[in-house]
Design a binder for this molecule. Structure first.
Ligand code: HEC
Ligand code: HEC
Length: 306
């Protein structure tokens, strides 16, 4: 009897000592449930564009990679030994992903997903997706994808998507602040860079910025501004979604110098009038761009390397 009482007391004491761990375990269990649900939703809705395992163009998919280290939120004991992600940065990443998924990306084929804006997913389901991406659990996407494919038609390939083009439509307006240009710092974040290396880059970046500003305001190679942006930033905000951040092409054709062999007017007309039956919209007639701005873009495309 005394032995049993002693044992009960001991178990109780151990439980009290173990309380913080139990809380952590509970959080882990919740995260695991979230990522699993996120992976199911991803497989059903996202992999046709972002890739079966989220690798994007590396898998031949038409949309950017989502299994990028840039979107990871690292915990205290991350295996890499990298610094845990600060709460502020983590919130920024969650907002960026949540906003983009909820609202889609205007001027790209990234659809609106939130049921608040006419899409098919609830805020909770979008949260599951965000957790999947910030936890980087692409192993689950792979596993669930294989399971589903074993009793369902395989998902559309890049060729299927581009050949009928019907499933693709441009998201014109969105509820969010992000475009391809404002998305850039999030896409390029490197959580594994050591603190000293990142300090060095940010110094270089600010010096680089100063230089661009100087050339934009004076000097021989003065760059034209469109709606307050340099031509290259304007390209980044509006055209890169289809033609690629480095003009390498994607949904649209490559726009590097070696591809642009026709006279200026050919490209000016394309940008002004668009190409009917394709995703290339008309930007001319002052609706989006003035004639001078279209000319400035063509001059820039034909005379600079990405
Ligand atoms: C929604 C996707 C999309 C966006 C955004 C877009 N384009 Fe295009 N663009 C295309 C597609 C698709 C084609 C190819 C049409 C075809 O099949 O002929 C194209 C073709 C072009 C061409 C002709 C290239 C060639 O070799 O014939 C130019 C120039 C061009 N786009 C410039 C731009 C510029 C500048 C912007 C930004 C203001 C832009 N595009 C935005 C999809 C897009
Ligand atoms: C019809 C194709 C398509 C589908 C389906 C699609 N996306 Fe996208 N998505 C895109 C494109 C294209 C972009 C890039 C837009 C740009 O360049 O600004 C994008 C961008 C994103 C981004 C921002 C990434 C970045 O680097 O800026 C996230 C996050 C995202 N999608 C998540 C999802 C999720 C989650 C789903 C499924 C619920 C999904 N997408 C379904 C085409 C798609």
């Amino acid at each position: 009897m005394i032995g049993v009482m002693f044992l009960v007391a001991l178990i109780f004491a151990l439980n009290v000592l173990n309380e913080p761990n139990r809380l952590e375990d509970a959080a882990d269990v919740q995260t695991e449930i979230f990522v699993e649900r996120g992976a199911e939703i991803y497989v059903q809705n996202c992999r046709s564009c972002h890739g079966l395992e989220g690798f994007g163009p590396d898998e031949g998919a038409i949309a950017p990679a989502l299994n990028s280290p840039a979107f990871l939120i690292l915990g205290e004991n991350h295996v890499s030994g990298a610094e845990p992600t600060s709460a502020g940065v983590a919130n920024g990443i969650r907002d960026f992903l949540g906003n983009t998924i909820a609202c889609g990306r205007s001027n790209s084929v990234m659809p609106v997903w939130s049921d608040q804006y006419g899409g098919p997913l609830s805020a909770q389901q979008i949260d599951y997706l965000v957790t999947l991406i910030t936890e980087g659990r692409w192993d689950l996407v792979d596993e669930i994808g294989h399971e589903i494919d074993s009793h369902q038609d395989p998902p559309a390939t890049r060729e299927d998507i581009l050949s009928d083009g019907q499933g693709l439509s441009l998201t014109t307006e969105n509820c969010g602040q992000y475009n391809a240009l404002t998305a850039k710092p999030f896409r390029e974040r490197d959580p594994f860079a050591s603190a000293s290396a990142s300090a060095a880059t940010s110094k270089n970046e600010s010096e680089g910025e100063k230089k661009t500003v100087e050339t934009a305001t004076g000097g021989d190679t003065q760059e034209a501004l469109i709606q307050g942006l340099s031509v290259s930033d304007y390209y980044g905000s509006l055209c890169a979604a289809c033609h690629g951040a480095n003009r390498e092409g994607g949904l649209g054709l490559p726009l590097t110098r070696e591809y642009l062999t026709e006279p200026d007017n050919f490209y000016i007309d394309t940008i002004k009038d668009g190409r009917s039956g394709t995703l290339m919209a008309a930007y001319g007639g002052g609706a989006v761009l003035t004639d001078e701005e279209v000319q400035a873009i063509v001059t820039w495309l034909k005379n600079t390397d990405p």
